[in-house]
Design a protein around this ligand. Structure first.
Ligand code: HEC
Length: 233
């Protein structure tokens, strides 16, 4: 009886010793380790064979993400001046593009610039923001290129709209802003062109832009024969 008691205690201690050695953070016995630990490199794993021990590599310098193409004008006074002088709207001036531009303008710009573009948006009326110019401000003499440029980078108190809008949307807004400017200056309405007339690359500066045919809205509307190249700057 006594020895059975001792044996039981001894057995329990032994069991405890075995169980307590187990590390909770580690898998227990692995009968087929290959199934737990893959032979291949894990996507974000750390391995000595790689530079800086990091499996995930940075994209090669100069890589261009899908759906995005670089904008060639820099965010400085020179870039602004170049865009103002040289960059033109590649979208045809159709009724559809203008209507889209108007809708987007009302969403993004009208709070400050006002529905007519005279710089009297609701935030200006409530004095939440100051210094919003009218689009016919002679001193600024905005152009298609400068409007695109300030939407891309922002200017002083005005933020950038590059994250909220696509390339095509910005050009649509651009058409609408220029039409507001024309109205403020009392110019006659610009005539619409028919859809499909002139169609240029949305990013005229890229000679190889049609390499990226699947680049979202960038090229979806331009057919190949119209993908002519232009030299800008
Ligand atoms: C938060 C208010 C606000 C919003 C929203 C806003 N702007 Fe502006 N915008 C300004 C201010 C302020 C300036 C004057 C900046 C400066 O000091 O030059 C300005 C200036 C401009 C100019 C003149 C820039 C130049 O070349 O001198 C244009 C064009 C313009 N905005 C277009 C737009 C468009 C298009 C949108 C919508 C996508 C927009 N803005 C949205 C506040 C705003």
């Amino acid at each position: 009886m006594r020895s059975l008691f001792h044996k039981t205690i001894g057995f329990c201690l032994l069991g405890l010793a075995v169980v307590s050695c187990q590390d909770k953070d580690d898998p227990n016995y692995q009968y087929m380790p290959d199934m737990y630990e893959s032979v291949g490199y894990e996507t974000y794993g750390e391995y000595k064979v790689f530079e800086k021990g990091q499996e995930a590599k940075l994209p090669v310098e100069g890589s261009v993400a899908r759906g995005w193409l670089p904008y060639d004008y820099e965010n400085n006074p020179q870039g602004y001046a170049d865009a103002k002088a040289n960059l033109t709207n590649p979208l045809p001036y159709t009724q559809d593009n203008l209507a889209e531009g108007r809708a987007l303008y009302t969403i993004y710009c009208a709070v400050c610039h006002g529905d007519k573009g005279a710089g009297k948006g609701i935030l200006v009326e409530r004095e939440k923001i100051l210094g919003v110019p009218s689009y016919d401000d002679a001193g600024r003499a905005i152009t298609e290129g400068s409007v695109y440029h300030v939407m891309y980078y922002g200017i002083n108190n005005m933020g950038s709209y590059a994250a909220q809008t696509s390339i095509k949307e910005r050009w649509q807004i651009d058409h609408y802003v220029m039409s507001l400017k024309g109205q403020l200056e009392g110019k006659p309405e610009r005539e619409y062109v028919e859809e499909g007339d002139v169609q240029k690359n949305l990013l005229p500066s890229r000679a190889d832009a049609n390499l990226y045919e699947d680049a979202g809205d960038v090229n979806s509307e331009s057919s190949n024969e119209n993908n002519q190249t232009e030299s800008q700057e």
